[in-house]
Design a protein around this ligand. Structure first.
Ligand SMILES: C[S@@+](CC[C@H](N)C(=O)[O-])C[C@H]1O[C@@H](n2cnc3c(N)ncnc32)[C@H](O)[C@@H]1O
Length: 478
């Protein structure tokens, strides 16, 4: 988005994105056997690192992570004053001392405004900004990311979006000449598109997929729709092109936070996997993989100077990696829906892992003690499968002070009561957030009495309490 875009004046939605978690950003290079920093805790003072999110929006993700990693320092950069004002108000109410929020265009950031960074993230930025802004971002990464530093970047791939390219341009041009608020102009453009599809001619002949997309888009949150499609520079990009740009900041692609994509048998048939395996490794294979899987969105991890681990280093580091269960144990069903279809996981292999993690966060070595004699790489694959299923998540190396998380959680509960739509709480175990229904958050924060004994609601309440205790999720007094 650029400042003269139709979407600029309308604040964006304020959602939490778990893939931005520092523990996940550390885990991906480890999974791919690459050193990336910082990998050890500071001798005193725990987990100290610097983290910047470029285009943080109203910064819910950043604030959750700042609360859950109080020894680290988080920078949020966004040129929308409404976004930064909203984020600052929330940070102030929660008394978060480790967040710096900068109302700046990326292009205007002064060198002294950001420190050397261990982590940099940009979610929902790359495909929606002009080329000159991408250059500015590369310049920032080159200037601020430390050697061994990690970058997260998400973007739309060319796969599945190409048919929409001429339509998106038309929608933008139509809205630009329409009158009314940005929301009105966007709605008028979508109505106009509907009238074109009804003519059923040329590009719009039998445009079933486009009709379906339009139906969904019209029923979506207009703030999301505006920022997603009503930006002048909407540019889906193949992996290879992003990788080439990143080289200018000496960044190498390491892997994806979509861990399911690292296990071929859950995402493609054996024949497809075989064909993909024959494509030369590197960015061409990534692009081919997106095409073969019709993957429209990527969440990529790059490292500035990744160094391969020796097998012994990898073993030592993976054994120290902690994981936590983020779901109710009884909802961790071994019949799991993956992109390939429903997969029945082996009870004997997975139950001990889930049982151990239900008892509390554990390192891979601790899980191994429960899971019996198995090779580390097999165990890692199984735990990754549990992460891909949404049951388990990489956790911080040690629990953080729960105070800041509890204060932010109180603010979140108060905001829900005031009509905001939050569904996440900060966990000092995860160093990130855990999802929970808004109504439950309000009930727990208010200390509401549990539902009647013996009822299903009572059981749900108790297991939800157990998850909160496991992840040390709580609320500061109201
Ligand atoms: C689509 S939103 C994504 C927000 C957030 N990362 C998320 O995913 O919810 C893009 C954000 O980038 C900000 N932005 C776009 N171009 C920018 C620029 N050149 N400098 C600073 N911020 C920019 C916008 O204000 C907006 O908050």
């Amino acid at each position: 988005m650029s400042a003269d875009d139709i979407a600029f004046a309308t604040p964006y939605t304020n959602h939490y994105f778990s893939s931005l978690s520092p523990a996940m950003l550390r885990f991906v290079p480890l999974l791919h056997r690459q050193h990336a920093g910082p990998s050890v805790l500071a001798a005193n003072g725990g987990d100290r690192f610097t983290y910047a999110e470029f285009g943080c929006g109203q910064a819910l993700s950043l604030l959750i992570m700042a609360a859950a990693n109080p020894n680290a320092t988080f920078y949020g950069v966004d040129y929308s004053p409404a976004h930064i004002a909203r984020a600052r108000a929330m940070a102030d109410r929660a008394g978060l001392a480790n967040v710096v929020l900068l109302e700046r265009a990326f292009e205007d950031l002064r060198p002294d405004e950001l420190p050397p960074l261990d982590f940099a993230t940009m979610h929902g930025i790359w495909s929606w900004v002009p080329n000159s802004t991408r250059d500015a971002l590369i310049g920032l990464l080159d200037r601020h990311l430390k050697p061994g530093g990690t970058l997260y970047v998400s973007y739309n791939t060319l796969t599945t979006w190409t048919g929409l390219l001429p339509v998106q341009k038309l929608l933008y041009d139509y809205a630009e000449q329409a009158t009314g608020s940005p929301e009105d102009r966007a709605r008028k453009a979508l109505d106009f598109l509907e009238s074109l599809i009804a003519i059923n001619a040329g590009h719009f002949k039998n445009a079933k997929a486009l009709s379906e997309w339009l139906k969904q888009t019209k029923s979506g949150d207009i703030r999301y729709v505006l920022h997603e499609y009503f930006v002048r520079h909407w540019e889906p990009t193949p992996h290879s092109e992003v990788a080439r740009r990143m080289e200018r900041a000496k960044l190498s692609y390491v892997g994806t936070t979509d861990l399911v994509d690292t296990i071929d048998r859950f995402t493609m048939t054996p024949e497809t996997a075989k064909a993909l395996g024959e494509v030369p490794a590197g960015s061409i294979r990534e692009t081919v993989s997106d095409l073969l899987r019709s993957n429209s969105f990527r969440r990529d991890i790059y490292v500035r100077g990744p160094v391969p681990m020796t097998p012994a280093e990898w073993r030592q580091r993976t054994r120290r990696q902690r994981f936590a269960m983020i779901r109710l144990r009884e909802r961790c069903n071994l019949s799991v829906k993956f992109p390939i279809g429903t997969v029945e996981l082996n009870e004997q292999a997975f139950r001990p892992i889930l049982d151990r993690l239900a008892a509390g966060p554990a390192t891979l070595a601790e899980v191994a003690a429960e899971a019996g004699d198995t090779q580390d790489s097999n165990l890692v694959r199984r735990v990754v499968t549990m992460v891909a299923a949404g049951y388990v998540y990489p956790a911080s190396a040690v629990d953080a002070d729960p105070g800041p998380s509890q204060r932010l959680n109180r603010v979140i509960a108060d905001e829900i009561a005031a009509g905001h739509a939050h569904d996440v709480l900060a966990s000092p175990v995860l160093g990130s957030g855990v999802r929970m229904a808004a109504s439950r958050i309000v009930d727990f924060a208010a200390g509401k009495a549990p539902p009647e004994e013996g009822s299903q609601e009572r059981k749900d309440h108790e297991s939800e309490r157990a998850t909160m205790a496991r992840l040390r999720v709580g609320f500061a007094p109201g």
